[in-house]
Design a protein around this ligand. Structure first.
Ligand SMILES: [Zn+2]
Length: 375
C-alpha cells in the first residue's frame, strides 16, 4: 500500500510538472514566432537574424539573403500563424507555420514545418524539420514524406559532381548541402519572396543547393550539374562574377552538355530567339529575377551560355577559367548574385584586357561578329 501511494504521488508530480513545463514551452514558442513575425515586418535584419540558429552556416547565409530581400522590396502584411505545435523534447519543438504576405497586389500563403531548437537557453529557428542523408560530397536534407525524392537525388548527385569536375577540369572538396522542398512555390519563398517566377533549382554563395520534387533521376542530375557549376565558379571567383557570366558558365558546362549538339548551334539559337537576343551590354543590364515572360527567361540563360561558348571557342577554356580565377583575387563582398552584380561587372571589365587582351566593347563586337557574320 505504501509503495502504491508513493508511486501515485510520483505519478501526480510528474503529470503536474510535465503539464506546467509544456505550458511554459508553448508560451515561449508563441512569443518567439510573434517576435519573428514582428522583426520581419519591421525589416530589422539584426533582430531577425538573432532568431536564427547559428548551427548551420548555410542556413544563416540563406536567411540573411532572405531578410535582405524583404528589406529591399515592398513585402506587405507579413504574418506567421501557428497551426500546430508539438513538443519533441525540452529543447526541440515542431511547429506547423502558415506564412502569408502581399506583394504587388498578390496575396501568398504557404504552410511549412519548422523546427525550433533551444540554444544557450533561447529558442531559435532551426530550419525546416529536415531528415538527412549523406553521400561522399553531399548532405541531402528532406522532409520525411519526400524520402523517395531524396533517394533519387542520392543516386545521381555523385555522377553530377564527377561530370562537372571532368568538364570544368577542377572541383571543390567541401560538402554540399542539398535541400529538398515540397513544391516550387515553397522553394521560391524559401529563396526570395520578391522573386517573380518559379525555378527548379537555386544556389547562392555560400548557401545550400535548393530544389523540389521531380519524377526523374535525370532531372535531378541536370539541376545539380547546373547548380554545382555555380558553386564551383562562384567560390573560385570569391563571389565576384557578373550575374550573366555565372549563368553562362553553368549553361555552357551543364545545360548545353546535356542537349544535342544542334541545340547550341548558332543557327538554332538565332532561329529560336529571334528578336530577343542580347549583346553583352544588354545582358549586363537585364534583370533575370524580375522577368516574367518564359521565352525571355529561357533566352537569358541560352544567351549567356552562347556568349560563354563563343568565349571558349575564341579564346580557349583556359582563358575563361583564368577570368574566374583572377576575379577571385578581389576581396569578398557578401551578397546574392543580383546584389553584387554592379561591382562584379566593373571588376570583370577591368580584368578582361589583362586576360584576353581586349576590352568589353571589343569583346562585344567580336561576339556580334561571331553570332551574325560567321557560319
Ligand atoms: Zn543558374
Amino acid at each position: 500500500m505504501k509503495k502504491y501511494v508513493s508511486v501515485l504521488i510520483l505519478l501526480i508530480l510528474t503529470l503536474t510538472y510535465g503539464a506546467c513545463g509544456n505550458k511554459e514551452i508553448k508560451g515561449e514558442v508563441k512569443i518567439f514566432i510573434k517576435n519573428q513575425e514582428n522583426f520581419t515586418k519591421e525589416k530589422d535584419i539584426e533582430k531577425y537574424m538573432d532568431t536564427i540558429s547559428k548551427e548551420q552556416e548555410e542556413y544563416v547565409a540563406e536567411k540573411k539573403s532572405w531578410i535582405r530581400d524583404i528589406k529591399n522590396n515592398n513585402i506587405e502584411d507579413y504574418t506567421l500563424t501557428i497551426e500546430k505545435l508539438k513538443i519533441l523534447d525540452v529543447s526541440k519543438v515542431y511547429v506547423k507555420i502558415k506564412q502569408s504576405y502581399r506583394y504587388k497586389e498578390e496575396k501568398y500563403n504557404i504552410v511549412y514545418p519548422l523546427l525550433l531548437v533551444k540554444e544557450k537557453g533561447r529558442w531559435k529557428d532551426g530550419d525546416l524539420n529536415f531528415e538527412e542523408m549523406n553521400t561522399t560530397h553531399f548532405k541531402i536534407k528532406y522532409l520525411k514524406k519526400s524520402k523517395k525524392y531524396a533517394k533519387r537525388i542520392e543516386k545521381v548527385c555523385e555522377t553530377a559532381y564527377n561530370n562537372i569536375t571532368n568538364r570544368y577540369g577542377e572541383s571543390i572538396n567541401d560538402c554540399t548541402v542539398i535541400k529538398l522542398y515540397e513544391d516550387e512555390e515553397r522553394l521560391r519563398q524559401s529563396v526570395k519572396l520578391s522573386f517573380a517566377w518559379k525555378f527548379a533549382g537555386w544556389y547562392e554563395y555560400p548557401e545550400s543547393i535548393k530544389t523540389t520534387k521531380y519524377e526523374e533521376e535525370e532531372t535531378y542530375r541536370k539541376i545539380l550539374e547546373h547548380e554545382l557549376m555555380h558553386k564551383f565558379t562562384i567560390s573560385k571567383s570569391n563571389n565576384n562574377m557578373p550575374y550573366w557570366f555565372t549563368e553562362g558558365l553553368a549553361v555552357y558546362f551543364a545545360n548545353f552538355q546535356n542537349e544535342s549538339k544542334e541545340y547550341s548551334k548558332k543557327s538554332t539559337y538565332l532561329r529560336t530567339y529571334k528578336g530577343l537576343i542580347m549583346n553583352i551590354q544588354e545582358i549586363e543590364k537585364a534583370n533575370l529575377e524580375k522577368m516574367k515572360d518564359p521565352k525571355k527567361i529561357a533566352n537569358y540563360y541560352d544567351n549567356a551560355g552562347m556568349i560563354v561558348k563563343f568565349m571558349v571557342e575564341q579564346y580557349g577554356i583556359q582563358k575563361v577559367k583564368e577570368i574566374v580565377e583572377i576575379l577571385g583575387e578581389f576581396s569578398y563582398k557578401e551578397g546574392t548574385g543580383a546584389e553584387v552584380d554592379e561591382q562584379a561587372i566593373k571588376r570583370f571589365h577591368w580584368i578582361l584586357p589583362k586576360v584576353i587582351g581586349i576590352n568589353i566593347e571589343a569583346l562585344n563586337k567580336e561576339w556580334e561578329k561571331y553570332l551574325y557574320e560567321t557560319e
